[in-house]
Design a protein around this ligand. Structure first.
Ligand SMILES: Nc1ncnc2c1ncn2[C@@H]1O[C@H](COP(=O)(O)OP(=O)(O)OP(=O)(O)O)[C@@H](O)[C@H]1O
Length: 310
């Protein structure tokens, strides 16, 4: 039985259909990434898992329990880091972590956890004096302070600087090593590729595809990507008629071709025939970003800025 099991979830707000027939499952000890653009329905989905929203239709189970009906039991099992954590402004980092620790019979050492999220030097600072990224790291610490077996993380590292992001990724990898089951909402492809065993792509409230990161790339038939530069303006028609080409993007001197088969060879030959002088030609593997575009028809990456807080 999956630890988190969402089946045929529907949720609307007035006329807005936020989630339409979403099903997803997270097996014990796995990390499932929910990836999608702003407004795709990711937060609504995980908020129903956390028991914060009532599904209009469908069922949500955490360790076989209903997060709303069995609220108390689920609270003991589940740690939740949500985007809009409303915390007590007048309390310091250490006071808040200790306060939350007191809600659980057993839990993490508050000071160790504060160090692990990189707030050691800020432990005596009030919540309202922390930067946005520091507040976010504190909310991650609070989600983990009861040593939950199941964790929901929403936009884990959006807005964090690269060092803080890597630290949090290490923390999540340690949780996985301890067998914790994690549902992770993200629109950062790199985060999902690094951390997640499986991914569910959500687009416009619906599941567009699910699988392992590598499986999704394979499903999109995007085995490869070839990049090169040209000093003269590039006409994509030069590559017209080549088998296996999924897309050609020209950005100034930089040309990116995605596709399958022996792409590098095919592109190189077509360029020679077309009289195009290409430099810095390199073959890259396709990413989840490419898969998202191929599977939904829309790019994921233009949404990589922090979302507006509601
Ligand atoms: N409380 C609410 N009242 C009305 N509409 C809402 C509410 N919460 C979300 N929505 C709408 O439901 C849709 C899905 O929103 P949701 O926050 O679940 O998406 P998301 O994928 O988490 O987006 P983001 O990446 O921006 O967090 C959006 O159209 C959003 O505007």
């Amino acid at each position: 039985m999956p630890v988190i099991d969402v089946t045929h979830l529907h949720k609307r707000y007035g006329d807005t259909v936020a989630v339409s027939d979403v099903s997803l499952a997270v097996e014990e000890g796995q990390i499932l990434g929910v990836l999608g653009r702003n407004g795709a329905g990711k937060t609504t989905t995980v908020e129903t898992v956390a028991g914060l929203r009532r599904p209009d239709r469908g069922t949500v189970r955490v360790c076989g329990l209903d997060p709303r009906r069995d609220r108390r039991a689920v609270r003991r099992l589940l740690g939740v880091q949500l985007q809009d954590a409303a915390l007590h402004n007048a309390l310091t980092v250490r006071e808040l972590v200790r306060l939350y620790r007191g809600f659980y019979a057993e839990g993490a050492d508050p000071d160790g956890l504060i160090e692990a999220v990189g707030l050691g030097e800020r432990r005596g600072i009030r919540f309202d004096k922390l930067s946005g990224g520091q507040q976010q790291r504190l909310s991650i610490a609070l989600a983990l302070v009861g040593r939950p077996r199941v964790v929901v993380l929403d936009e884990l590292t959006t807005g964090l600087d690269p060092e803080a992001r890597r630290r949090i990724w290490d923390l999540v990898e340690n949780l996985r090593a301890d067998g914790v089951t994690i549902l992770l909402v993200s629109h950062l492809m790199e985060e999902v590729e690094r951390l997640c065993d499986r991914v569910t792509l959500i687009d416009r409230g619906r599941v567009a595809a699910s699988g392992t990161p590598a499986g999704l790339i394979a499903q999109a038939r995007l085995a490869q990507r070839v990049r090169f530069r040209t000093s003269a303006p590039f006409d994509p028609a030069v590559l017209g008629g080549l088998d296996g080409i999924a897309s050609v993007e020209v950005s100034g001197e930089q040309v990116t071709v995605t596709g399958s088969g022996d792409l590098l060879q095919a592109v190189s030959t077509a360029l020679v025939h077309g009289g195009v002088v290409a430099t810095e030609t390199r073959l890259e593997r396709a990413t989840l970003d490419d898969a998202f575009l191929a599977l939904t028809g829309r790019a994921l990456t233009d949404t990589a800025e922090p979302k507006d807080r509601r």
